[in-house]
Design a protein around this ligand. Structure first.
Ligand SMILES: Cc1cc2nc3c(=O)[nH]c(=O)nc-3n(C[C@H](O)[C@H](O)[C@H](O)COP(=O)(O)O)c2cc1C
Length: 190
């Protein structure tokens, strides 16, 4: 049980860093909520522990992108079932299509990951079950040349965290705290 707010801050930073770097981490695939009350799972790609920024990758044509561009308020929910820890990160999101961050993320993605951006964008109605990919690339690893047109559909989604609402469920007393990037922190009743 944590009884020290600095320990809670370290716990939040440690868990978000692990979530980004360890694919097996329980917090690697948080629930991402947008201002239109919709939610979805996204893979956490990076956490910058100095700027308190989360990085995700997405299709620039996806519905969440236009929602974020009209209202950037978001919440990202992380949960570790085994350790009974929940972290709710409230923040402000932005989409970057052609920044250094977007170019770097694209360059660092492998060709199977980049392939997702070759087909139709998410949420297009279809008369039959579909992966959305063009038929010629199903089951194949595309070449860099074949992937060139996919780049414009790729974007990074960055979330500047305003506050992290941390909750630990424990038999000897639940604990909850609000931790902010600048150093402010408060206990809350669970
Ligand atoms: C395990 C898992 C991981 C996913 N990872 C991503 C991701 O990293 N980026 C992404 O845009 N969508 C990802 N998705 C798909 C989203 O949950 C969502 O369906 C898609 O982005 C369309 O969302 P939208 O219609 O709200 O824009 C993932 C889905 C699952 C089940």
């Amino acid at each position: 049980m944590q009884d020290d707010l600095e320990e809670v801050r370290r716990d939040v930073i440690g868990r978000l860093s692990q979530a980004a770097n360890d694919r097996k981490s329980a917090m690697h695939t948080p629930v991402f909520a947008t201002a239109d009350a919709d939610t979805r799972i996204l893979v956490l790609r990076a956490f910058d522990d100095e700027q308190w920024t989360l990085r995700f990758h997405t299709d620039s044509r996806s519905p969440k992108v236009s929602v974020i561009e009209s209202d950037p308020a978001v919440s990202v929910l992380f949960y570790d079932r085994e350790e009974k820890v929940q972290i709710r990160c409230r923040g402000v999101a932005r989409i970057e299509r052609s920044s250094v961050a977007a170019d770097t993320a694209w360059q660092q993605s492998d060709n199977y990951a980049r392939r997702c951006y070759l087909g139709s964008g998410p949420s297009v109605l279809s008369d039959e079950p579909t992966s959305g990919l063009p038929e010629w690339i199903e089951g194949e690893k595309p070449t860099d040349e074949q992937l060139a047109p996919a780049r414009e559909n790729f974007a990074v989604l960055l979330v500047e965290i305003i506050e992290a609402d941390w909750y630990h469920l424990a038999h000897d007393g639940h604990r909850r705290a609000l931790v902010k990037p600048g150093g402010e922190a408060h206990w809350l009743t669970p």
